[in-house]
Write a protein that binds this ligand. Structure first.
Ligand code: ATP
Length: 140
């Protein structure tokens, strides 16, 4: 079943999520404050918009209410990440995945009601460590 996604923040993490979802044929709304980032995704995502996700009226105008799954991939600006998540939650979004910068950030995101909190660097480090161990076991 085809789903509608939105990716907020088009850094390396958000950008790669946006590319993969689009490659899989999903409808993706890509959003970032930065015009250059948004231009990069114009031909990749279904829609690419320059906007501030901490502005509730903008998210409402863009029809976020009807999006199945939103990925908040704002990194450094923890305040913007938390406020965006809170607004999306208050709007009644069904599924919100948020990239956490640290444990403190994760704790607050869970309190706000983020459905899924990810730490891409930490999670990938764990996976690679396990791969290294299992490859070594096979080698012996
Ligand atoms: P990565 O490691 O994935 O490259 P990062 O952790 O360095 O990302 P940032 O570069 O800080 O994350 O943020 C990702 C993107 O989020 C940036 O392109 C930035 O312009 C965008 N961004 C930050 N605040 C907002 C906001 N309020 N609304 C929309 N986009 C935002």
């Amino acid at each position: 079943m085809k789903k509608d996604f939105a990716v907020i923040g088009l850094g390396r993490f958000g950008g790669s999520i946006c590319r993969e979802l689009s490659r899989e044929g999903m409808e993706v709304l890509a959003l970032d404050l930065d015009e250059d980032k948004v231009n990069e995704y114009r031909d990749i995502a279904s829609h690419a918009v320059i906007a501030d996700s901490t502005d509730e009226s903008v998210l409402k105008e863009l029809g976020f209410r009807n999006i199945d799954h939103v990925i908040v991939a704002i990194g450094d600006n923890i305040q913007a990440s938390m406020l965006t998540t809170l607004i999306l939650k208050e709007m009644g979004l069904k599924m919100i995945t948020v990239k956490a910068q640290n444990d403190y950030h994760e704790k607050i995101l869970n309190k706000i009601g983020a459905d899924q909190v990810v730490h891409p660097e930490r999670d990938m480090g764990k996976r690679i460590a396990h791969n290294i161990i299992s490859n070594n076991i096979l080698d012996y």
